[in-house]
Design a protein around this ligand. Structure first.
Ligand code: KG4
Ligand code: ZN
Length: 361
């Protein structure tokens, strides 16, 4: 039995978890900082790092207590060390290094984006484990920082097929939340508002589903975001800071706001599903058809995306690996879970493990 303590501080969640043998979640504690960033309508890096500093050790303590293990019992310390907000990553990495050094246990440096793809493998106490994915698989990470599509030819192998060329889908959702005055964070708020709206209501402007080049597996969401802004506030006069709009979001009838949220959600999710299908067809033409689909990241909690990928997987007879709702957004169980793979491979990190703000993985 291997117990890994995972730490996650890449953005605005301070998290610690204990996971057994890479899958069984013994504890998963997440202290969200939403209340600290809400008034700025986005994550303020400096505030985030200070909050991590204050909260991390109490969160680690809580994770150990809930798992009913002592620090001396854990076999290794895993930490998300890339990509993310640099000041936030430093806090988690420094804590993990100090723990690993003082306990004489291995340190494991985990890529946050890859860890999102591990989240669907996690099993909470009292739940049956799902079957592991069959390969080749497609992997999709949709979060506030990433929209990245992968090909996983076999276990342990991963190739990046495409990524966003501008905004990540979660970032577009968060901006849509501001444009529609739906609440913070925008993703779940727009998802909720969209449920009361009709994407086909009369008189709605068509919102773009960006496909880029004919064979492209990249994504683009900034055009959709701008189209939503104009749909809500009218065509601007002037540019940049001097732009003047015809109206405010508050001038719209509530039903219209909900309809626009539904139209935005439909276009955003449609773009993702079409790219998945494009990748599926490309693998089929290459003679190595994919057998399963693995999702992860905050936006994989989106109700419409979950519905659409469920249909997609059924239509094409693919195994579907969707994380539980609470494993979609940032958490440390996925860090500990993926850390186990590194532990097994004895890929230990040095105590001068660097933190990295952006990666191409
Ligand atoms: O994975 P995550 O916690 O952090 C990153 O690694 O970026 O993802 C956070 C993102 C935010 O943009 C949030 O608005 C979005 O996930 N999100 C959602 C939903 N729940 C969270 N977006 C759309 N619908 C949701 N239900
Ligand atoms: Zn994340």
């Amino acid at each position: 039995m291997t117990l890994i303590l995972g730490l996650e501080t890449s953005c605005d969640e301070t998290a610690a978890a204990v996971v057994r043998d890479g899958r069984a979640v013994r504890s998963n504690v997440v202290a969200s900082q939403h209340e600290l960033h809400e008034r700025y309508a986005g994550v303020v890096p400096e505030i985030a790092s200070r909050a991590h500093l204050e909260r991390l050790m109490p969160v680690v303590q809580e994770a150990l207590e809930q798992a009913e293990v002592g620090l001396s019992t854990v076999d290794a310390i895993a930490v998300g060390h890339r990509p993310g907000l640099i000041g936030s990553l430093i806090v988690g990495a420094a804590a993990a290094k100090a723990l690993a050094w003082s306990l004489g246990k291995p340190l494991l440096g985990v890529d946050h984006v890859r860890a999102h793809l591990h989240a669907a493998q996690l099993v909470e106490p009292g739940h049956e484990p799902s079957l592991p994915p069959e390969f080749p698989a497609l992997g999709l990470v949709v979060s506030g920082g990433h929209t990245t599509l992968y090909h996983l030819p076999e276990l342990g192998q991963i190739e990046r097929l495409g990524a966003t060329i501008d905004d990540a889908i979660g970032e577009a959702y968060d901006k849509a939340g501001v444009i529609l005055d739906a609440g913070y964070p925008g993703g779940p708020a727009v998802d909720r508002l969209a449920r009361t709206g009709n994407a086909e209501a009369d008189g709605l402007p068509e919102l773009p589903v960006s496909m880029l080049g004919r064979d492209s597996l990249d994504f683009s969401f900034s055009g959709l975001k701008t189209a939503l802004l104009y749909a809500v506030r009218g065509q601007p006069v002037g540019r940049g800071r001097d732009a003047r709009f015809e109206r405010e979001v508050g001038d719209l009838p509530p039903q219209r706001r909900a309809d626009l949220a539904a139209a935005f959600q439909r276009a955003a999710v449609e773009a993702v599903v079409r790219k998945l299908d494009r990748a599926r067809q490309q693998r089929e033409r290459a003679g190595t058809p994919i057998r399963s689909l693995i999702l992860g990241g905050g936006v994989s909690a989106n109700s419409e995306l979950r519905r659409r990928v469920t249909d997609f997987a059924e239509t094409h007879r693919l195994g579907l690996h969707l994380p539980r709702m609470d494993h979609c957004v940032d958490n440390a169980a996925m860090i500990a879970g993926y850390g186990y793979e590194l532990f097994r491979a004895e890929e230990y990190a040095p105590l001068d493990l660097p933190v990295v703000a952006t990666t191409r993985t």
